[in-house]
Design a protein around this ligand. Structure first.
Ligand code: ZN
Ligand code: ZN
Ligand code: FE
Length: 770
């Protein structure tokens, strides 16, 4: 050692997403390059590095740790402490260490990388190996049982590595160095073909050929994926698609399509640069894209009847690539393997049993799914990528927030549920759980909450739920509250209003805490007046909100039934304008509902029997969709509004009359729309005019609120803002009026983002009390 370059040592602690993303080997290689000695290890705090060497080299090393980190990693903080040089002879990667109660990041599942796809054609032990992976790709969250992230704590534990895999795993220069799920044809889990519940022993090439033949002959099969099963059939064969719908009991909900590659997808849909990035991202979500008016490739019409968008996903598992290679058709349907409103299946035996009425053919693999995780769904609004469903590829990455949320468990809503846990200043939004009215989903919910608490090593110290007393999430939150926490006392419990939570969810990701104008438009949420809300204009901060205005209430004849059957809302809207003497001529809906049904509903409305009040914007969209004959009974949540949106056209600027005020009446809007229907105005024009009216109502009302409050930051949230036409128009017009407008990108604006809002409201109220 040159005495003019004395040896110094330091301990570097890195927090963030640094496990399961090839971070330790990266540290090793950088250390070697700079001739530094010491070690690196995963800890529950993140990654800890001890290194010693010359000062300048240490500094260069530290800079590169941040500037050259692996693509799927995300460093949140890097701290340095001086240490005593130890005289280490080299640099080592040490066993993971359980040292603290602090948590670290688990990576989401990563789509297979290009290098692995190439290896699948040339590495002798991995020729066509359909579960190939490396440090840069493969399963993560879906296979993790506990931390630290080591093979023994994943569902790969039962598969000891062969000598070749073990030597790659141990070779610092290999791309599979310390890749926990590394495997090959000799040692790894394999794919299996089950027909009529019996295993058919075959090679992967035989399985692929069998599957391809079946698909091309119009058959349906179930295939195990990363986070659950899918049902698969040809995307060009309308008969196959219709038969899949019939058997699955999924009448009308659009089905996602997997294309061989982005070029093939362009034959059917148009793709913007933002959407291209989403399609090709390592998260590989389903992207909602506009269908081409002049498609080169014609797909089965019943994939998405009545809509102008198509859910498109590119292959993300090695098996997908192999299967699409085997097929002559360019695209397959890839829809979640579940029965209506139940969670997707993850276990082979269960899949064989459950899918029997749908298909006798189940293709499975032996790598168990520990954490169920659906495909994520995204789209583009206002030039940015937005989430519709946040699951595979995104979970469990945390969302950083600007206040301490530690120990808070937010239970979420009822439909499209997610829950959210706080650790430090990070919000861990769960994967999409689903519809909690369903018993199987409730079980998934409870299990997933338990797993998240374990993985984050958390004991909840505060529970927050929606105000709705009948939500399963509220009831389960209460049960947890009754249980004793660590201190032997009940865990504190609070409830927050649904639409306030929507607004807070958006505020959280933008770091907003001061009062804003919040506009929450959705279908349903329990209001503080006992009525159903959903067209809320409020002044809100993270602690509380003041409801300033909303649409006029409509009666919901039959309660919840009216949300499922939009024609009931249409009758209610008509009744609000005309009373019992409804106009019928020229209204398409009137020919679609039997006389006795409508007179029975009119009686309900007249006598106000079982007619709870709702001002949900979604209900008004429902009513209009039904009036126009687009959707009488909703086959899925939002069907009416989505079909209505599909009719909108650019270039139509007129709107119906609408007023502003504390209660915004829509009677004039409805009567003008009815007049249009009766005079035979084309549906595209009527739909666009209605959308324009909604946008105008929002903009005028927001200006009115600014005049009274002086606030000029506007936060938009709620499921209605998944409507691209409406949201882009509102965004444009509000910005023209010099408002600062905030929309979500990290959590969905629908109820899938609700728990994030609940979490930060709870944190803010707790902070206020302390
Ligand atoms: Zn790879
Ligand atoms: Zn092997
Ligand atoms: Fe909502």
């Amino acid at each position: 050692m040159n005495p003019s370059h004395p040896l110094v040592a330091e301990i570097i602690t890195i927090r963030g997403k640094v496990q399961g993303v090839g971070f330790r080997p990266f540290v090793y290689r950088q250390a070697k390059r700079h001739g530094l000695c010491g070690w690196v290890r995963n800890t529950n705090a993140g990654v800890t590095i001890f290194c010693e060497g010359e000062r300048l080299r240490l500094e260069a090393f530290r800079t590169e740790l941040e500037s050259q980190a692996p693509p799927a990693s995300a460093i949140e903080s890097l701290s340095v402490e001086p240490a005593e040089p130890n005289g280490f002879p080299g640099f080592d990667i040490l066993q993971s260490l359980d040292i603290s109660d602090d948590i670290t990041e688990i990576s989401p599942d990563i789509a297979v990388c290009e290098a692995c796809l190439a290896d699948m054609h040339c590495q002798p032990h991995r020729i066509s190996y359909p579960l190939i992976n490396c440090t840069n790709c493969g399963p993560r969250f879906s296979i993790v049982k506990s931390l630290p992230y080591d093979r023994s704590n994943t569902t790969m534990a039962p598969f000891p590595m062969c000598d070749t895999c073990a030597s790659e795993y141990a070779d610092i220069l290999d791309r599979r160095f310390h890749a926990q799920p590394v495997a090959c044809n000799r040692c790894g889990p394999v794919y299996e073909l089950w027909i009529d519940g019996k295993p058919v022993v075959q090679s992967v090439s035989e399985i692929l050929r069998y599957a391809a033949d079946l698909i091309q002959q119009g058959g349906i099969l179930a295939v195990k994926g990363i986070g659950g099963f899918h049902l698969v059939c040809s995307a060009s064969d309308d008969e196959a698609v219709r038969s899949l719908r019939l058997r699955k009991g999924r009448e009308s909900k659009p089905l996602a399509v997997m294309f061989r590659d982005i070029e093939k997808a362009r034959d059917a849909v148009s793709i913007t640069p933002v959407e291209e990035k989403q399609l090709l991202s390592w998260q590989r979500p389903i992207v909602l894209l506009s269908q081409r008016i002049d498609p080169v490739l014609s797909l089965a019409p019943s994939l998405n009847s009545g809509l102008d968008t198509l859910g498109v996903v590119l292959p993300y598992m090695p098996f997908h690539y192999l299967l699409l290679d085997e097929l002559t058709i360019p695209a397959i349907v890839l829809t979640s393997g579940n029965l209506t409103s139940q969670p997707i299946l993850t276990e082979t035996a269960e899949a064989i049993r459950t899918f029997r009425p749908i298909t006798p053919v189940v293709i499975s693999h032996q790598r168990e799914i520990q954490n169920r995780v659906d495909d994520s769904v995204v789209h583009q609004i206002g030039g940015q990528g937005r989430l519709v469903r946040r699951a595979r590829g995104f979970v469990p990455d945390p969302i950083p927030v600007s206040l301490p949320v530690d120990g808070i468990l937010a239970m979420g809503g009822e439909l499209v549920n997610t829950f959210c846990l706080g650790k430090g200043n990070r919000a861990y939004l769960s994967q999409y759980i689903g519809d909690l009215k369903n018993i199987e989903t409730q079980e998934f919910y409870r299990i997933a909450i338990g797993r998240f608490l374990d993985l984050l090593r958390l004991e909840p110290s505060l529970i927050v739920t929606d105000l709705h007393p009948e939500y399963h999430s509220t009831k389960h939150g209460r049960e947890l509250h009754e249980k004793h926490g660590e201190t032997g006392k009940k865990i504190p419990f609070i409830q927050v209003q649904h639409h306030h939570a929507h607004i807070a969810s958006c505020m959280a990701e933008h770091g907003l805490s001061e009062r804003v104008i919040g506009i929450a438009f959705d279908g349903t949420g329990y209001g503080t007046d006992g009525h159903i809300w959903g067209s809320e204009f409020m002044a809100a901060d993270l602690k509380c909100f003041e409801r300033i205005s909303h649409f006029e209430y409509l009666m919901m004849p039959g309660g919840d039934k009216a949300a499922e059957e939009p024609w009931r809302m249409a009758l209610s809207a008509l009744y609000s304008v005309y009373g019992k003497d409804l106009p019928s001529r020229g209204i398409p809906m009137m020919d679609l509902i039997p006389e006795e049904k409508s007179s029975w509903i009119l009686q309900m409305l007249d006598q106000q029997v079982n007619t709870p009040l709702s001002c949900g914007a979604g209900r008004y969209f429902d009513a209009v969709a039904a009036l126009m004959g687009l959707c009488m009974t909703a086959g899925y949540e939002g069907e009416g509004p989505m079909k209505l949106e599909a009719l909108t056209q650019q270039g139509i600027e007129e709107a119906y009359p609408v007023e502003s005020g504390e209660t915004i009446p829509l009677k004039e809007t409805i009567s003008a729309l009815v007049a249009d229907l009766r005079s035979g105005i084309p549906p595209e024009v009527i739909s666009t005019r209605f959308h324009n009216t909604m946008a105008r109502a929002i903009v005028r009302q927001t200006i009115w609120i600014r005049e009274q409050t002086g606030l000029d930051r506007v936060v938009l949230s709620g499921g209605v803002f998944q409507n691209r036409y409406l949201t882009e128009r509102v965004l444009r017009d509000l910005e023209l009026e010099k408002f600062n407008v905030y929309l979500q990108t990290k959590a969905p604006p629908n109820d899938g983002g609700l728990s994030l809002g609940q979490l930060v409201i709870a944190a803010s109220r707790r902070k206020g009390r302390r």
